[in-house]
Design a protein around this ligand. Structure first.
Ligand SMILES: [Fe+2]
Length: 273
């Protein structure tokens, strides 16, 4: 099997790409049709493997899931043109009921403003709260201090459950803190996990709005941190350095009719003259 490059229409807006940098994930609910969801579940019943890679040879699966227009469109927005399709796929099947996992980053996680790969998981039959969906900690993909408190945590108020209907796909920054939550249901919860890779230089070529106002962000949690802003500027192909203090991306109470100091050059609405 050769590694295939793929290109398609980017679907994410400026706001969605900015939010992805801030939160470290996006949930696409029910984007795969139910015929395929059922077929995937049946396929997995016949395999007792943690890595059922032969499903990547099935054209119906690749077309409906790996090249799913909404999911691949989001991947195209974040990884640019000609991204590499997954060659490995993991089955994180759970026989419910099962206990929660501890919070963890996956092995090989690094802190970087670069976005060279995307971790994706797909719930063919969905994941209700009772089926123990993965829980994510928004913004933790860039939180360097997290390891100091990780071992002592049992729950985090700001965590987000990825409970979602059949055919949902969740796209994350690899280094995000996550865990499988406890399940109380009976039966099987399927979760297929795979990775896409960047091959092209970053540029702002998703579904952009030339008039989008990047200045004067509001105080929302998690904030658009300097690290998240750095990731966004890098995705835009900008050579950006934080000026410190209340320069971009610091939040403000008001919205003004001029650009915020320190905003990357090509994100400005007004020229500097
Ligand atoms: Fe994990």
């Amino acid at each position: 099997m050769r590694t295939e490059k793929y290109d398609c229409k980017p679907t994410l807006t400026d706001q969605q790409v900015l939010d992805f940098c801030r939160y470290g994930f996006i949930i696409l609910e029910g984007v795969v049709n139910n015929t395929v969801n059922q077929r995937v579940s049946k396929f997995l019943e016949t395999r007792n493997s943690e890595e059922p890679v032969d499903i990547l040879e099935e054209e119906w699966f690749v077309d409906a899931v790996i090249k799913n227009p909404e999911s691949a469109g989001a991947v195209r927005s974040l990884l640019g043109k000609e991204f590499l399709l997954p060659r490995v796929i993991s089955s994180h099947q759970v026989h419910c009921p099962a206990p929660a996992q501890p919070w963890h980053p996956d092995a090989g996680s690094i802190f970087t403003h670069r976005l060279d790969c995307l971790q994706v998981f797909y719930y063919p039959l969905g994941a209700t709260k009772e089926m123990g969906p993965t829980e994510l900690l928004p913004g933790s993909h860039l939180t360097r201090a997290r390891n100091a408190f990780l071992g002592r945590l049992k729950s985090m108020k700001s965590a987000v459950l990825t409970n979602s209907p059949p055919g949902s796909i969740v796209i994350t920054v690899y280094s995000i803190l996550h865990r499988r939550t406890a399940s109380s249901a009976t039966g099987v919860r399927n979760n297929l996990k795979y990775t896409y890779w960047r091959t092209s230089d970053p540029q702002r070529d998703w579904a952009i709005d030339p008039k989008f106002n990047f200045s004067w962000s509001k105080n929302v949690f998690p904030p658009l941190s300097v690290d998240a802003a750095n990731m966004f500027a890098w995705l835009c192909g900008e050579n950006w350095k934080h000026m410190g203090g209340p320069s971009w991306p610091s939040f403000t109470a008001g919205i003004y009719d001029h650009d915020q100091i320190g905003l990357p050059e090509n994100l400005r609405r007004f020229s500097e003259e």
